[in-house]
Design a protein around this ligand. Structure first.
Ligand SMILES: Cc1ccc2c(c1)c1c3c(c(C)cc1n2CCCN)C(=O)NC3=O
Length: 278
């Protein structure tokens, strides 16, 4: 387990502007004083009392740190060091200055198939590395796919935010109702045991969005979205998919499969003609 440094993070880093925030975490840009290097500092509020609904348990924080310290891949964010104070833990993470794939997408509305395939290959390589180690991300969505540099070609992407990630041990049951409604697999909604296939479902949703700019199951509210997912009720609307190849549709259709045992794995994705054809 990596050492949680007890000194004041502000003695070592100049903390500057906020670049993101979540339920119990705030992310700020920071500069390491001794090197001038730029990092992202994720400030996680610790749960104070067992009964408290606010904050993150030490166990959950240690799980995220353990996973981040044991992974090392060019498409996965790296963890530089960890600080701890009375009421928060600070993860000093690699800075990916290009921002979210989501923002890059909204500027372009949607991608050509070669552009989408180029992104998918990097996402799949990062996910293949995690799934080979039985690590599930459990929060895959465009907001957690970051670009190292928005202007570079080809784009180098990094998967971030391992706050929901879990090591999946066969036979263990995981049931969590977190994740963002649009991207969660049917088994999560049904509160059934979940594992690596839940990430593959999310990859199907992300691919659909990359190619069309539309979200396949998004309803007017959370319950309608859940209803659409449970029924696997989506379509390739001609308005957006008229020029999309059959191979691309086939790739998505093998991921948006309700039975998680029949759903494409990451290896299946990497071997699919739409990806290999690249
Ligand atoms: C340039 C930029 C802009 C926003 C950023 C980040 C970087 C960022 C980063 C990280 C996280 C967990 C959240 C981040 N956010 C918050 C939004 C992420 N969906 C991170 O781990 N490295 C980042 O660069």
């Amino acid at each position: 387990m990596v050492q949680f440094r007890q000194e004041n993070v502000e003695d070592v880093y100049e903390i500057t502007e906020e670049i993101g925030s979540g339920q119990f975490a705030v992310v700020r840009k920071c500069i390491e004083k001794c090197s001038g290097k730029v990092f992202a500092a994720k400030f996680i509020k610790k749960k104070r009392a067992r009964a408290s609904r606010r904050g993150v348990t030490k166990e959950d924080i240690e799980r995220e740190v353990d996973i981040l310290t044991t992974v090392g891949h060019k498409n996965i964010i790296s963890l530089h060091e960890v600080y701890e104070s009375n009421n928060e833990v600070v993860l000093i993470l690699e800075m990916v200055a290009g921002g979210e794939l989501f923002d890059f997408l909204s500027d372009k509305e949607y991608l050509t198939e070669p552009e989408a395939v180029a992104f998918m290959i990097q996402i799949l390589n990062g996910m293949d590395y995690l799934h080979e180690r039985n690590i599930a991300h459990f929060d895959l969505k465009p907001e957690n796919i970051m670009l190292l540099n928005k202007d570079a070609e080809p784009h180098n992407i990094k998967l971030i935010d391992f706050g929901l990630a879990q090591r999946i041990t066969p036979g263990m049951e995981y049931k969590n109702m977190h994740g963002t409604p649009e991207f969660v697999a049917p088994e999560i909604i049904a509160f059934e045991p979940i594992g690596l296939p839940a990430d593959c479902w999310s990859i199907g949703v992300i691919t659909f969005i990359l190619l069309s700019g539309c979200s396949p199951f998004l309803g007017d509210d959370k319950s309608e979205t859940f209803e659409n997912i449970t029924r696997v009720d989506y379509e390739f609307d001609d308005e957006y998919f008229a020029d999309t190849s059959d191979l691309a549709r086939d790739f998505i259709q093998h991921l948006l499969v309700k039975d998680q045992r029949k759903r494409f794995t990451i290896k299946d994705c990497l071997n699919h003609a739409w990806i290999k054809g690249a």
